[in-house]
Design a protein around this ligand. Sequence first.
Ligand code: ZN
Length: 243
Amino acid sequence: MKDRKSSFSRYIRQIILPKFGQEAQEKLQRVKVLVVGVGGLGSVVSLYLACSGIGYIGLVDPDTVELSNLQRQILHSEEHIGMLKVVSGMINLKRLNSDLRVLIYPEEINNSNVLDIIKPYDIVVACPDNFKTRFILNDVCLQMGKPFVIGAVSEFEGHVFSVLSPNGPCYRCLFNEAKDENLQRGIFAPVVGVIGAIQASETLKLILNIGDFLYGRMLIYDAFQESFREVRFKRDSSCKLCK
Ligand SMILES: [Zn+2]
């Protein structure tokens, strides 16, 4: 554990930001963030959270590191092939910031474990590679009133938004419960970096309640056209989740 003085110099370029300061830095150190999915997006999100001085990060993922992951999953490395992603992630995040406490869950989120896993955390960042997990997280976060930041990527495109209130709008207001396609799609690595970085930005700002959020608006990044667009959306009156 570093002393207060070295902690101050470590984060000085963040502390001097407008709306930040020492108090904000100390708040980040007290906060617990759950990152679900330690693939491409989860790599970027957890690296930015770790270097920003988040105190506790929970990592959830049942998979092991494969060679084909390394094209875009920047938290992992060749030496960790075959290792659980949550373990590989924990090792590399602690290498980056030894003050960070990491809790690992080498399992898939499902209806029976989701409550226990989410409970201790202040905010949930959804980075899974499937719809099913996003719907489970959406429903439970909404019920528990936990802020929830969602990102997804496919080929040259990605999107990101947050669900912040039990009143919605939520993930279900925007997406129908679709069956996951078995089809494996390509992923352009920098899209993962952009969307993951926006998820991290959204998370840090939500913790500190500064700036604007992607609430009721989905930001879409198209790397092929090199453009951003925004889709504003409201609560779907037929959504069973939103009150
Ligand atoms: Zn809804």
